[in-house]
Ligand binder design. Sequence first.
Ligand code: PGA
Length: 260
Amino acid sequence: MAGTARRPLLAANWKMNPLSAADAVALSRGVLPAATRHAERVDVALFPPFCWLPAVAAELEGRPVGLGAQDCFWERSGAFTGEVSAAMLAGWCGWVIAGHSERRTHFGETDEQVARKAAAALAAGLGVIVCVGEREDQLEAGETERVVGAQLAAALRVVEPAGAGRLVVAYEPVWAIGTGRNAEPSQAGATMALVRRGLDAALGAEAAAQVRVLYGGSVSAANVASYVGLEVCDGCLVGGASLRAEEFSTMIGTIGAVPR
Ligand code: PGA
Protein backbone atom coordinates (compact mmCIF):
# COMPACT_ATOMS: atom_id res chain seq x y z
CA MET A 1 0.00 0.00 0.00
CA ALA A 2 2.94 2.29 0.68
CA GLY A 3 3.38 5.00 -1.91
CA THR A 4 0.15 4.44 -3.88
CA ALA A 5 -2.50 7.06 -4.50
CA ARG A 6 -5.25 4.52 -3.94
CA ARG A 7 -7.25 4.85 -0.75
CA PRO A 8 -7.13 1.73 1.38
CA LEU A 9 -10.38 -0.20 1.70
CA LEU A 10 -11.44 -2.44 4.57
CA ALA A 11 -14.53 -4.42 3.58
CA ALA A 12 -16.66 -6.43 6.01
CA ASN A 13 -18.31 -9.50 4.49
CA TRP A 14 -20.84 -10.53 7.13
CA LYS A 15 -21.94 -13.55 5.05
CA MET A 16 -25.22 -15.04 6.41
CA ASN A 17 -24.95 -13.14 9.70
CA PRO A 18 -26.26 -11.78 12.00
CA LEU A 19 -29.70 -13.29 12.58
CA SER A 20 -31.68 -10.12 13.25
CA ALA A 21 -31.97 -6.57 11.97
CA ALA A 22 -31.33 -5.32 15.50
CA ASP A 23 -28.03 -7.19 15.67
CA ALA A 24 -27.05 -5.93 12.22
CA VAL A 25 -27.73 -2.36 13.30
CA ALA A 26 -25.80 -2.88 16.54
CA LEU A 27 -22.82 -4.26 14.62
CA SER A 28 -22.78 -1.30 12.25
CA ARG A 29 -23.09 1.08 15.17
CA GLY A 30 -20.12 -0.63 16.78
CA VAL A 31 -17.76 0.14 13.92
CA LEU A 32 -18.94 3.71 13.32
CA PRO A 33 -16.63 5.45 15.83
CA ALA A 34 -13.44 3.93 14.39
CA ALA A 35 -14.62 4.32 10.79
CA THR A 36 -15.46 7.97 11.42
CA ARG A 37 -12.18 8.62 13.24
CA HIS A 38 -10.12 7.24 10.34
CA ALA A 39 -12.39 8.31 7.47
CA GLU A 40 -9.75 10.58 5.99
CA ARG A 41 -7.35 7.69 5.51
CA VAL A 42 -9.41 4.51 5.20
CA ASP A 43 -12.54 3.55 3.25
CA VAL A 44 -14.74 1.16 5.21
CA ALA A 45 -17.63 -0.77 3.66
CA LEU A 46 -20.08 -3.17 5.29
CA PHE A 47 -21.73 -6.05 3.39
CA PRO A 48 -24.74 -7.36 5.33
CA PRO A 49 -27.25 -9.90 3.98
CA PHE A 50 -29.80 -8.41 1.55
CA CYS A 51 -32.59 -8.31 4.12
CA TRP A 52 -30.67 -6.08 6.53
CA LEU A 53 -29.61 -3.53 3.92
CA PRO A 54 -32.43 -1.05 4.64
CA ALA A 55 -31.87 -1.12 8.40
CA VAL A 56 -28.10 -0.77 8.09
CA ALA A 57 -28.50 1.92 5.41
CA ALA A 58 -30.61 3.93 7.85
CA GLU A 59 -27.98 3.52 10.56
CA LEU A 60 -25.17 4.63 8.23
CA GLU A 61 -27.05 7.58 6.76
CA GLY A 62 -24.74 10.57 6.53
CA ARG A 63 -21.80 8.62 7.97
CA PRO A 64 -18.54 7.94 6.14
CA VAL A 65 -19.09 4.19 5.79
CA GLY A 66 -19.93 2.39 2.56
CA LEU A 67 -22.63 -0.24 2.24
CA GLY A 68 -22.88 -3.15 -0.15
CA ALA A 69 -24.58 -6.44 -0.95
CA GLN A 70 -22.87 -9.82 -1.09
CA ASP A 71 -24.20 -10.78 -4.51
CA CYS A 72 -26.48 -9.61 -7.31
CA PHE A 73 -28.16 -10.99 -10.41
CA TRP A 74 -27.23 -9.74 -13.87
CA GLU A 75 -30.73 -9.23 -15.29
CA ARG A 76 -32.45 -5.98 -14.39
CA SER A 77 -35.89 -7.37 -13.54
CA GLY A 78 -38.20 -10.19 -14.58
CA ALA A 79 -39.10 -13.80 -13.80
CA PHE A 80 -36.05 -14.78 -11.75
CA THR A 81 -37.48 -16.02 -8.47
CA GLY A 82 -35.30 -15.31 -5.49
CA GLU A 83 -32.85 -13.08 -7.29
CA VAL A 84 -32.01 -9.44 -6.54
CA SER A 85 -30.73 -7.27 -9.37
CA ALA A 86 -27.90 -4.77 -9.30
CA ALA A 87 -30.39 -2.12 -10.42
CA MET A 88 -32.54 -2.83 -7.32
CA LEU A 89 -29.52 -2.71 -5.03
CA ALA A 90 -28.47 0.66 -6.38
CA GLY A 91 -31.40 2.15 -4.43
CA TRP A 92 -29.95 0.91 -1.16
CA CYS A 93 -26.20 0.70 -1.38
CA GLY A 94 -23.12 1.57 -3.38
CA TRP A 95 -21.29 -1.73 -3.57
CA VAL A 96 -21.67 -5.38 -4.39
CA ILE A 97 -19.43 -8.46 -4.13
CA ALA A 98 -19.27 -10.71 -7.20
CA GLY A 99 -17.85 -14.21 -7.31
CA HIS A 100 -17.10 -14.85 -3.67
CA SER A 101 -15.63 -18.34 -3.44
CA GLU A 102 -18.57 -19.53 -1.32
CA ARG A 103 -20.86 -18.67 -4.24
CA ARG A 104 -18.55 -20.37 -6.70
CA THR A 105 -18.32 -23.48 -4.48
CA HIS A 106 -21.85 -23.86 -3.06
CA PHE A 107 -23.85 -22.38 -5.93
CA GLY A 108 -21.71 -23.33 -8.88
CA GLU A 109 -21.06 -19.82 -10.14
CA THR A 110 -18.77 -19.82 -13.15
CA ASP A 111 -16.22 -17.22 -14.21
CA GLU A 112 -18.63 -16.11 -16.94
CA GLN A 113 -21.54 -15.69 -14.52
CA VAL A 114 -19.33 -13.72 -12.15
CA ALA A 115 -18.33 -11.49 -15.06
CA ARG A 116 -21.99 -10.88 -15.95
CA LYS A 117 -22.70 -9.91 -12.34
CA ALA A 118 -19.73 -7.55 -12.27
CA ALA A 119 -20.86 -5.98 -15.54
CA ALA A 120 -24.41 -5.51 -14.22
CA ALA A 121 -23.09 -3.95 -11.02
CA LEU A 122 -20.92 -1.47 -12.90
CA ALA A 123 -23.75 -0.67 -15.32
CA ALA A 124 -26.00 0.08 -12.33
CA GLY A 125 -23.42 2.54 -11.02
CA LEU A 126 -22.26 0.32 -8.16
CA GLY A 127 -18.73 -0.40 -7.09
CA VAL A 128 -17.92 -4.10 -7.34
CA ILE A 129 -15.49 -6.33 -5.47
CA VAL A 130 -14.65 -9.27 -7.74
CA CYS A 131 -13.22 -12.19 -5.76
CA VAL A 132 -10.59 -14.49 -7.19
CA GLY A 133 -8.55 -17.26 -5.59
CA GLU A 134 -7.36 -20.82 -5.92
CA ARG A 135 -8.53 -23.92 -4.01
CA GLU A 136 -6.10 -25.93 -1.92
CA ASP A 137 -5.76 -28.71 -4.51
CA GLN A 138 -5.01 -26.09 -7.14
CA LEU A 139 -2.42 -24.49 -4.86
CA GLU A 140 -0.75 -27.85 -4.35
CA ALA A 141 -0.80 -28.57 -8.07
CA GLY A 142 0.96 -25.25 -8.72
CA GLU A 143 -2.08 -23.89 -10.56
CA THR A 144 -2.56 -20.63 -8.67
CA GLU A 145 -1.37 -18.45 -11.51
CA ARG A 146 -3.52 -20.21 -14.11
CA VAL A 147 -6.70 -20.23 -11.98
CA VAL A 148 -6.45 -16.68 -10.71
CA GLY A 149 -5.39 -15.46 -14.16
CA ALA A 150 -8.46 -17.06 -15.77
CA GLN A 151 -10.86 -15.75 -13.11
CA LEU A 152 -9.46 -12.27 -13.48
CA ALA A 153 -9.40 -12.33 -17.28
CA ALA A 154 -13.08 -13.36 -17.42
CA ALA A 155 -14.08 -10.47 -15.17
CA LEU A 156 -11.91 -7.94 -16.96
CA ARG A 157 -13.46 -8.76 -20.33
CA VAL A 158 -16.55 -6.85 -19.19
CA VAL A 159 -14.84 -3.88 -17.55
CA GLU A 160 -14.29 -0.70 -19.52
CA PRO A 161 -11.32 1.40 -18.43
CA ALA A 162 -13.84 4.12 -17.48
CA GLY A 163 -15.29 1.82 -14.81
CA ALA A 164 -11.91 1.02 -13.26
CA GLY A 165 -12.35 3.44 -10.37
CA ARG A 166 -15.33 1.37 -9.17
CA LEU A 167 -13.60 -1.97 -9.55
CA VAL A 168 -11.90 -3.78 -6.68
CA VAL A 169 -10.29 -7.20 -6.98
CA ALA A 170 -10.02 -9.30 -3.84
CA TYR A 171 -7.49 -12.12 -3.88
CA GLU A 172 -8.89 -14.70 -1.50
CA PRO A 173 -7.23 -18.11 -1.54
CA VAL A 174 -10.10 -20.52 -0.89
CA TRP A 175 -8.06 -22.57 1.58
CA ALA A 176 -7.50 -19.46 3.72
CA ILE A 177 -11.17 -18.47 4.02
CA GLY A 178 -12.68 -19.13 7.42
CA THR A 179 -9.90 -21.56 8.30
CA GLY A 180 -7.64 -19.41 10.47
CA ARG A 181 -4.90 -20.38 8.01
CA ASN A 182 -4.10 -17.02 6.46
CA ALA A 183 -1.75 -16.95 3.48
CA GLU A 184 1.86 -16.00 4.05
CA PRO A 185 2.02 -12.28 3.21
CA SER A 186 4.86 -12.89 0.73
CA GLN A 187 2.84 -15.61 -1.00
CA ALA A 188 -0.31 -13.47 -1.09
CA GLY A 189 1.77 -10.53 -2.30
CA ALA A 190 3.14 -12.54 -5.21
CA THR A 191 -0.37 -13.44 -6.39
CA MET A 192 -1.60 -9.89 -5.87
CA ALA A 193 1.29 -8.68 -8.03
CA LEU A 194 0.09 -11.10 -10.68
CA VAL A 195 -3.39 -9.58 -10.39
CA ARG A 196 -1.92 -6.12 -10.78
CA ARG A 197 -0.03 -7.15 -13.92
CA GLY A 198 -3.28 -8.58 -15.32
CA LEU A 199 -5.06 -5.30 -14.58
CA ASP A 200 -2.32 -3.31 -16.30
CA ALA A 201 -2.45 -5.53 -19.38
CA ALA A 202 -6.25 -5.49 -19.67
CA LEU A 203 -7.06 -1.90 -18.75
CA GLY A 204 -3.89 0.04 -19.46
CA ALA A 205 -1.68 1.44 -16.73
CA GLU A 206 -3.67 4.60 -16.09
CA ALA A 207 -7.04 2.91 -15.56
CA ALA A 208 -5.47 -0.05 -13.75
CA ALA A 209 -3.89 2.32 -11.26
CA GLN A 210 -7.40 3.15 -10.02
CA VAL A 211 -8.30 -0.47 -9.25
CA ARG A 212 -7.77 -1.54 -5.67
CA VAL A 213 -6.45 -5.01 -4.96
CA LEU A 214 -7.34 -6.53 -1.59
CA TYR A 215 -6.30 -9.64 0.30
CA GLY A 216 -8.90 -11.81 2.04
CA GLY A 217 -8.75 -15.07 3.99
CA SER A 218 -8.56 -15.29 7.81
CA VAL A 219 -7.58 -11.65 8.17
CA SER A 220 -7.59 -10.59 11.82
CA ALA A 221 -6.42 -7.71 13.98
CA ALA A 222 -3.26 -9.73 14.59
CA ASN A 223 -2.24 -10.12 10.94
CA VAL A 224 -3.86 -7.25 9.00
CA ALA A 225 -0.72 -5.08 9.19
CA SER A 226 1.34 -7.74 7.44
CA TYR A 227 -0.92 -7.44 4.36
CA VAL A 228 -1.60 -3.74 4.21
CA GLY A 229 2.11 -3.07 4.63
CA LEU A 230 2.69 -4.70 1.24
CA GLU A 231 3.12 -2.36 -1.70
CA VAL A 232 0.64 -4.40 -3.76
CA CYS A 233 -2.11 -4.52 -1.12
CA ASP A 234 -4.78 -1.80 -0.98
CA GLY A 235 -6.74 -3.28 1.91
CA CYS A 236 -8.56 -6.39 3.03
CA LEU A 237 -11.86 -8.23 2.67
CA VAL A 238 -12.70 -9.61 6.10
CA GLY A 239 -15.21 -12.32 7.01
CA GLY A 240 -15.26 -13.77 10.53
CA ALA A 241 -13.38 -10.95 12.25
CA SER A 242 -15.76 -8.37 10.77
CA LEU A 243 -18.54 -9.75 12.98
CA ARG A 244 -16.63 -8.55 16.04
CA ALA A 245 -17.02 -4.76 16.14
CA GLU A 246 -14.10 -4.26 18.49
CA GLU A 247 -11.66 -6.32 16.45
CA PHE A 248 -12.84 -4.79 13.18
CA SER A 249 -12.42 -1.32 14.70
CA THR A 250 -8.86 -2.19 15.69
CA MET A 251 -8.20 -3.21 12.10
CA ILE A 252 -9.52 0.11 10.80
CA GLY A 253 -7.11 1.88 13.15
CA THR A 254 -4.20 -0.31 12.05
CA ILE A 255 -4.81 0.51 8.40
CA GLY A 256 -5.24 4.19 9.22
CA ALA A 257 -1.79 4.17 10.83
CA VAL A 258 0.03 2.62 7.84
CA PRO A 259 2.28 5.25 6.23
CA ARG A 260 1.30 6.01 2.62
P1 PGA B 1 -12.67 -14.96 6.60
O1 PGA B 1 -13.56 -14.73 5.28
O2 PGA B 1 -12.07 -13.62 6.95
O3 PGA B 1 -13.63 -15.46 7.63
O4 PGA B 1 -11.62 -15.96 6.24
C1 PGA B 1 -13.10 -13.89 4.25
C2 PGA B 1 -14.11 -13.88 3.14
O5 PGA B 1 -14.78 -14.90 2.93
O6 PGA B 1 -14.28 -12.88 2.44
